[in-house]
Ligand binder design. Structure first.
Ligand SMILES: *Cc1c(COP(=O)(O)O)cnc(C)c1O
Length: 357
């Protein structure tokens, strides 16, 4: 028998989530963001569940080529464009829409020999100060691009740093308006948070990522509790050992948890080498046989411990949900001081994956 840990991917939930995103932005087309191997879910496993999307957005060439080889004929947006000039022939061959965020990319595109023009997303820096042209340069670059025969359809793209906050996009929206004054341009501005919570930023194309996987862009699943979004990934395992502690007994490396009284604990076949966050402290939520309880002690490479006080019937072989429909990945992430994005992206190779369609 195999080690009992398994990640299940619910493609029905994923189709549902794309619908939720569409309903949130009914007048926009949707780039389904599938970077980082579809946020750790496996692009090849899940892309077809998003097959009714208007386009896929990512940043690895290998992932874009995979989609083309699987038969995806619609638009593909490379969010960071090409990293080196020698990638241009592949952008041309596979008909990839490229983001342009730097001068050198504009020059490379202008001088490339292409079979046909490439669609371009001009990336504006609206305040995150990661990638993109500053507001004062947008009009100049836009005109420059218009004059380049290798440039097909042109769209303005920006990305918000704080879209999960109620006032989080006010400043960048002002900057974008100023930068584009008098410019007739298609726009793509909204990540998941703006897609859900800032309709004034929807425009022509939205770019939801995390909500397609059923987690919250704010890191607090309560923010999406009534949205109809459903978790795609469930991480489940089983109890493989039981310990009956006496008052004062410790659990795990560093003896970071000590029982105050008699306590029954279960040892679960899941550790940080599976992608469970080692930073998760005692008290992180987990379900055993469907009953809510918590982790105790330091997460090991291959195991973690859970309190069985609320579930005295549990024993060897009891099922454990680390995250999924009952235990929200956002809650586990919050306990561990991170976000659901990081946990899903970190699902380890060694965890077997079952796809439910
Ligand atoms: C990752 C990414 C997105 C999607 O972000 P979510 O918060 O997952 O919705 C959208 N646009 C760009 C440029 C990105 O890098």
């Amino acid at each position: 028998m195999a080690r009992p840990i398994v990640a299940t991917l619910d493609l029905v939930a994923m189709r549902n989530n794309l619908q939720v995103a569409r309903q949130a932005a009914p007048h926009s087309r949707v780039w389904s963001v599938v970077k980082a191997n579809a946020y750790g879910h496996g692009l090849d496993r899940v892309w077809s569940a998003l097959g009714t999307t208007d386009g896929f957005a990512m940043l690895n060439l290998e992932e874009a080529i995979l989609l083309r080889e699987r038969g995806w004929k619609g638009p593909i947006l490379m969010l960071e464009g090409f990293f080196h000039a020698d990638e241009l022939p592949l952008f041309d061959k596979y008909r990839l829409t490229t983001s342009l965020h730097s001068n050198w990319q504009v020059k490379v595109l202008a001088n490339a020999r292409l079979n046909a023009p490439l669609d371009v997303y001009l990336k504006m820096n609206s305040g995150m100060n990661r990638l993109g042209f500053t507001a004062d340069r947008v009009q100049t670059i836009w005109k420059q691009l218009r004059a380049i025969s290798n440039v097909g359809q042109l769209t303005l793209m920006a990305h918000f740093a704080d879209a999960e906050l109620p006032e989080g996009i006010a400043e960048p929206m002002k900057l974008i308006e100023q930068a584009t004054e008098g410019l007739e341009c298609a726009r793509s501005l909204s990540n998941s948070a703006a897609t859900m919570w800032h309709p004034e930023a929807h425009f022509d194309w939205v770019r939801p990522g995390i909500i397609l996987y059923g987690a919250s862009p704010s890191g607090q699943w309560r923010d999406i509790a009534n949205s109809g979004l459903k978790p795609v990934m469930s991480l489940k395992s089983e109890i493989i050992g039981i310990q009956n502690l006496k008052g004062g007994d410790a659990v795990g490396y560093g003896s970071r948890y000590r029982a105050t009284d008699e306590q029954r604990i279960g040892i679960v076949a899941c550790g940080y080498a599976d992608g469970y966050p080692r930073h998760a402290p005692s008290g992180t939520p987990v379900r055993v046989d469907g009953i809510l309880t918590t982790t105790v002690g330091t997460v090991s490479m291959d195991m973690l411990a859970v309190d069985l006080t609320p579930c005295p019937q549990a024993g060897i072989g009891s099922s454990v949900e680390l995250w999924g429909n009952e235990v929200k990945i956002d809650d586990v992430a919050a306990a561990a001081g991170t976000v659901g994005y990081e946990l899903m992206c970190a699902l380890a190779q060694r965890v077997p994956v079952v796809v439910q369609s």
